[in-house]
Design a protein around this ligand. Structure first.
Ligand code: V47
Length: 389
C-alpha cells in the first residue's frame, strides 16, 4: 500500500513504532488494535508487514474439498454441517464415491485434497486409513491435507492408540499435512458454549505440536464473531504464536468468520465486514512468526477477501469446488471459483497472482499443460523449484 501512515487513534502510536521496528507486540497491544476504530491505520500496519514478507504477491491454489461424512456425534452449537445418523440429509460417501470426486479434482488440475468430516459413531479408523491409502495410490502427486486435530483425537480414542501413534499411522498411510479446523477459540469459557464436547484448546495445541514433531505441517484457524471477547481472541493468537515459536510447524493461519444460520447460535448477529478486516489485520500483526494469512473467500465473500489483500492477507485459498460447512450455515458465496476468476480478483486488488501448492512452492504450468485427466499423469503441474534455476 503506498502512502503515509496516518493515525487518528493515539493508542496506536506506540504500537506503530513497534511494528516499524519489527518488535513483537504484547497481548495488550493486540487488544488495543482490536478495540481501535482506526481501521485504516491498523490495516496500513498489517499491510506494511505483509509487503515486507511477500511484496505484491498473492497466492492461491487449485484444490478440491472432500467431506467424507457429515454424521457427527459432537453436536457443536456452532455447526450447521454435522447430523445425527438418522437425520434428514445425513450422508457417508463410499470410498469409490470419494475417489470419483478426487478424480474429477485431478482432471481440473488439483494439487491438494482438503479432507475433513464429522465424527462418525460407526466408521472404524481403517475407513479413513483406506481412504488416504486409496487416494495416495491413485493420485500420488496430490497433497493430502486431511483430518483436523479434532478428528485425530477421535480416531485415537476409537483405535485406543496414543495421539502420536494415530498421527504416525495417518502419515504412513499418506497424509501430508493437517488442515487448521477445530481450533475455534481456545478459551474454555467459549468452548463450553459453542462446542462443549470438542477437544479442549490445550489438546488441540498438543495435537498440533505432536504432528509437527513427527514431521507433519499443519494450519491453524480461529473462529471469530460469536460469543468470544476480544481478550479471548488475543489469547487464542498468543497461544498459537507460542506454539509456533516452539515448532515452526504451522504453515498458514485462517481467521474464520462465524456464520450463524441453521446453527445452535442462530440468534447471534453475523459479524460485520469491518470486524473481518480488522481480525485479519490483527492476526497478521500478532502472528509475527506465521508466514501466511489466508483470506478464505468462501467465508468472507470474494469482495471482502479481495479487500483483505490490503489488510495483511497474502492468500485467497483455493478453487474449492464443493463446500458444505459454510453453505449449510447459510453462506451465499459460490462453492467454486476458477483459476481465472481467482486471478482476476487478485489482479484487481493490485496484487500479482501466484499459484502455489499446499506448502507454498510455486506451481508452474507453463511447460506441462494437462493433456489428459489420467490419474497417473502429473496433472499438468510441477513445483516451480523443479523447473527453473
Ligand atoms: O473447524 C464450522 C468452522 C472450520 C461454522 O486449513 C464454521 O487450509 C463459521 O477449518 N460458521 C472448517 N465457521 C473450515 C476450516 C478451513 C477452511 C479453509 C481452509 C482451511 C485450511 C481450513 O469451519 C471448522 C469450524 O471452525 N465452522 N461451522 C459456521 N457455522
Amino acid at each position: 500500500m503506498s502512502g503515509k501512515l496516518q493515525i487518528t487513534d493515539v493508542r496506536l502510536e506506540p504500537i506503530a513504532e513497534k511494528v516499524l521496528a519489527n518488535t513483537r507486540l504484547s497481548p495488550e497491544d493486540g487488544l488495543a488494535l482490536f478495540q481501535s476504530h482506526d481501521l485504516l491505520a491498523v490495516g496500513w500496519l498489517a499491510n506494511h508487514v505483509r509487503e515486507q514478507r511477500h511484496g505484491d504477491v498473492c497466492y492461491y491454489n487449485i484444490n478440491r474439498h472432500i467431506n467424507p461424512t457429515n454424521v457427527c456425534v459432537a453436536h457443536c452449537k456452532l455447526c450447521a454441517f454435522g447430523r445425527s445418523p438418522e437425520a434428514a440429509g445425513a450422508y457417508t460417501f463410499s470410498l469409490e464415491e470419494i475417489f470419483a470426486r478426487a478424480r474429477e479434482g485431478v482432471a481440473q488440475g488439483a494439487t491438494e485434497f482438503h479432507i475433513v468430516g464429522g465424527l462418525h459413531p460407526d466408521l472404524p479408523f481403517d475407513y479413513y486409513l483406506d481412504l488416504i491409502r486409496g487416494l495416495k495410490q491413485r493420485f500420488p502427486q496430490v497433497h493430502l491435507k486431511a483430518f483436523t486435530a479434532v478428528e485425530v483425537h477421535y480416531y485415537a480414542r476409537l483405535s485406543k492408540l496414543s495421539i502420536r501413534d494415530t498421527l504416525l499411522k495417518m502419515k504412513e498411510a499418506g497424509v501430508d499435512s493437517l488442515p487448521g479446523g477445530g481450533a475455534e477459540i481456545f478459551h474454555p469459557r467459549v468452548r463450553r458454549i459453542i462446542c462443549d464436547h470438542k477437544v479442549s484448546g490445550q489438546m488441540w495445541l498438543q495435537i498440533a505440536r505432536t504432528a509437527h514433531e513427527i514431521g507433519l505441517r499443519s494450519n491453524a484457524t480461529m473462529l471469530f464473531g460469536h460469543v468470544e471477547t476480544l481478550e479471548e481472541r488475543v489469547d487464542h493468537l498468543v497461544r498459537l504464536r507460542e506454539t509456533q515459536d516452539r515448532t515452526h510447524g504451522f504453515v498458514a493461519f485462517i481467521p474464520l468468520e462465524f456464520h450463524p444460520a441453521n446453527t445452535g447460535l442462530a440468534h447471534l448477529p453475523k459479524p460485520t465486514g469491518i470486524d473481518a478486516l480488522k481480525t485479519i489485520a490483527v492476526s497478521r500483526l500478532m502472528l509475527d512468526n506465521f508466514d501466511h494469512i489466508k483470506a478464505y473467500w468462501i467465508m468472507l465473500t470474494p469482495r471482502i477477501a479481495q479487500i483483505a489483500l490490503g489488510f495483511g492477507a497474502n492468500d485467497l485459498d483455493g478453487t474449492v469446488v464443493e463446500e458444505k460447512i459454510y453453505h449449510d450455515a447459510g453462506a451465499t458465496t459460490p462453492e467454486h471459483l476458477t483459476r481465472a476468476e481467482l486471478e482476476r480478483l487478485i489482479r484487481a486488488a493490485g496484487r500479482v497472482p501466484i499459484e502455489r501448492d499446499t506448502l507454498y512452492n510455486r506451481v508452474d504450468r507453463s511447460t506441462t499443460l494437462p493433456a489428459s485427466p489420467s490419474p497417473r499423469a502429473s496433472g499438468g503441474f510441477l513445483p516451480a523449484s523443479s523447473l527453473t534455476a
